[in-house]
Design a binder for this molecule. Structure first.
Ligand code: SAM
Length: 275
């Protein structure tokens, strides 16, 4: 499935703002080797690198070379080399790797695996394989949708449209039937079974009434998806767009961030902090 770089650029400030409270989940690794799965245009590294300690080494993985090109341009590394050759972003080492995650996970040494806005698009088998591949390494999976969609003021038709939208989120996005709003719960269950200690943090988008472009995109995206499952959306959408135009509505969209660390790793971090 392909994603429009303009959509990723539009959501980036909302993503970063939503993730502010998730700083408490940040692992206390020094000079981590980080792999970002389905990195898109590099939003995750821009948010996370300043939060992690020391000089890091990042591998950004995506199947879409156009998004990897955009990531490199935005990081000031404008050559289109996506074969794992390292470049520099400030003091950090960064490489981009074009790979289809349906074919398997990258063979890269790392201490921390991160991913944003991916897990609701994949099926249960992908999460099973991901946890096996982690093999004890820590994971920070951010901005997985949790099903909350709350317009203010509420419209009596919202619930039916949102129900149809959530149904659409379970459809196949290229990885088999998507986990959709069940993705975070499934990841947590699999991590705990594998002996991880899991922490979570709510990271909702809070979209105020003056952010009209984002609100329009959300209303149109929800309507488009809901329509594909057979819902009647035209009147709802035109009323919602009129209310957005008039600056009369705001929106909250729920997400959750999940950090998984092996018990031993979490304990030794805590021990270090208490010394
Ligand atoms: C919702 S976007 C999130 C992008 C980025 N993580 C962010 O938060 O801005 C989902 C990403 O998954 C990537 N993706 C989808 N299918 C993929 C696959 N089979 N292999 C690798 N990446 C894939 C898309 O190219 C896109 O960058």
């Amino acid at each position: 499935m392909s994603f429009d770089p303009k959509w990723l650029a539009l959501r980036e400030p909302f993503d970063h703002n939503a993730r502010r409270p998730s700083r408490v989940l940040m692992p206390k690794l020094e000079g981590a080797r980080v792999v970002d799965l389905a990195c898109g245009a590099g939003s995750n590294i821009r948010f996370l690198a300043p939060q992690l300690r020391g000089v890091q080494s990042w591998t950004l993985v995506d199947h879409d070379p156009r998004l990897l090109d955009t990531a490199r341009v935005l990081l000031g590394m404008p050559d289109s080399v996506h074969d794992g050759t390292p470049g520099e972003w400030g003091s950090h080492s960064v490489t981009t790797l074009q790979a289809d995650l349906r074919q398997g996970f990258p063979k890269v040494d790392c201490d921390l695996v991160v991913t944003t806005a991916l897990l609701d698009l994949v099926d249960a088998g992908f999460v099973d394989d991901l946890v096996d591949w982690l093999d004890g390494r820590s994971i920070l999976a951010s901005l997985t949708v949790d099903g909350l969609i709350q317009w203010t003021p509420e419209d009596p038709r919202d619930a039916a449209i949102h129900g149809a939208f959530r149904e659409h989120q379970f459809l196949d996005r290229g990885f088999g039937p998507s986990l959709g709003v069940g993705a975070a719960a499934y990841l947590i269950e699999r991590l705990e079974q594998a002996g991880y200690t899991v922490q979570t943090q709510a990271t909702p988008w809070d979209i105020p009434a003056h952010k009209t472009r984002m609100l329009q995109e959300m209303a149109q995206g929800i309507a488009h998806a809901a329509k594909e499952t057979g819902a009647e959306v035209e009147a709802w959408l035109s009323d919602k767009l009129a209310a957005i135009d008039a600056g009369q509505v705001s929106l909250v969209v729920g997400h959750v961030d999940v950090f998984g660390g092996r018990r031993g790793i979490m304990k030794s971090q805590t021990d270090q902090e208490s010394r």
